[in-house]
Design a protein around this ligand. Sequence first.
Ligand code: HEC
Ligand code: HEC
Ligand code: HEC
Ligand code: HEC
Length: 410
Amino acid sequence: MKKVIFSLVLGVGMLASANASAGDAQAGKAKAATCAACHGANGIGTADMYPNLAGQHADYIVKQLKAFKDGSRKDPLMSPMAAPLSDADMADLGAYFASMNASGETAAADAGASATAVAAAPAAPKIVPDAAAGKHLYEMGDEARGITACIGCHGKDGDSLVLINPNLSNQHPEYIEKQLNHFKDGSRDNASMNQVSMNLSEQDIADLGAYFKDPEVKAVAKASGSKSVPVIVSGDVDKGKALSGTCVACHGTDGNALIAMYPKIAGQHEEYITNQLMDFKSGERADPVMAGMVAALSEEDMKNLASYFASQKMTEGSGTDNDKGRKLYLSGDASRGITACTACHGFDGSGMAKAGFPSVANQHVDYLKAQLTKFRSQDRANDSNKMMRNIAVRLKDEDIEALAQYMSSL
Ligand code: HEC
Ligand code: HEC
Ligand code: HEC
Ligand code: HEC
């Protein structure tokens, strides 16, 4: 619950500050007259190929207009539209479209009308889109095929809280599909999205479009969004509890370590805990203290311990939310080659169990700092494909401090 309220406050706060710093919506209205032919007087695209701009983040709109102008995003219709715009024009236009109501009703009504307008569109290929599969892919990704979940960057049901990541929730499904194809074939250039869409099949793209088209699937997604789902574990919790006596001294009775240098392991993902214990035993993750603790444990013991700790609940963290940490966590820093943490650890810090991405929310600040520092110095080197080391080497001390505080506050 804390997280839900927190994200709402965060979202509203960011929107408010964006509006304050951005252009003049009234001036933007006058300048938008030329845009209406395609994007609609109400910001709702007049045909499926024209994206909705109503309610889109101002920052995102400005970034796209700049990209069309400098040629890094190419489109025969938009490039000439953006060419004469000054920075101030772009800011005003962004402010204007962002100030519009993006209500689903308006969008749905218009989408219906536009569907008739382009009724002569070529027949769809022989793919049956599956909205539920699209939702699953959106929320979970597909590790086996190297597809990152979309939810971390674009938010629950496409309501992105990060201003530089576009909202997808109010967008035409056809437009979403078209953009995914552009990212995939490289004709639209964005490092995150080119990578994400590289492995999407035609079927995936159709499924994702269908997900955004289907209000019922989205409603279900919203309802199941609560995090109070009971943890399902595969090992024997009682046996794990019996073995946990030796862990208490450092990790606390139920896995909630009281001393900040020891990680909390309550509520951490089962697979992740098992993997770490195996890595301590093999020496792949080097720690003299933990190596001694696991030396006598069998693989089954480790699984049972993991099941026990995974089924406990982590206590709240004591970190403080801060702009620097939040920005790096949610958006990364493309200029320094730092991937957004949210892509793997989730926007709420809960990670992704199946993919082996640990939960980082509520963890002790000191422990988080220690781990980022160890990844940076390569003293911790058990992350597959150097996923964490490649990111950590680009972090400065002050980044680590800000990130650790932010993650602990999630
Ligand atoms: C002749 C039709 C046309 C006009 C007029 C037009 N646009 Fe566009 N716009 C498009 C098309 C088509 C795209 C999608 C390009 C693509 O597929 O990448 C687009 C994309 C955009 C995007 C990116 C949206 C996203 O979700 O990524 C923005 C922002 C935008 N237009 C703003 C404007 C503004 C502001 C004006 C007026 C100054 C304008 N457009 C005028 C056709 C038009
Ligand atoms: C690491 C963060 C990240 C992930 C993960 C991600 N996206 Fe994106 N996405 C972005 C960013 C950033 C942009 C804006 C690109 C730009 O500025 O041109 C974007 C743009 C898009 C757009 C174009 C929107 C528009 O209005 O033009 C679509 C559609 C999209 N993403 C769909 C997806 C889908 C579907 C997935 C999952 C399969 C996904 N994204 C995963 C960051 C991400
Ligand atoms: C004497 C103190 C001590 C005891 C007892 C101890 N641990 Fe640890 N544990 C640590 C320390 C210190 C670390 C962090 C090591 C590092 O910095 O990489 C750690 C790390 C871990 C991690 C990795 C957590 C993460 O988020 O990556 C797991 C899992 C773990 N311990 C489980 C256990 C289990 C299960 C037991 C009992 C069998 C146990 N520990 C007993 C001190 C201890
Ligand atoms: C490409 C995916 C990916 C990205 C992006 C990513 N991480 Fe990680 N992170 C991982 C994986 C995988 C692990 C676990 C490695 C292992 O198995 O030991 C991890 C582990 C961690 C840990 C240690 C957790 C623990 O309990 O010991 C911290 C802290 C962390 N990441 C923070 C971050 C921060 C901060 C960022 C952004 C600057 C980030 N990560 C970006 C994949 C990622």
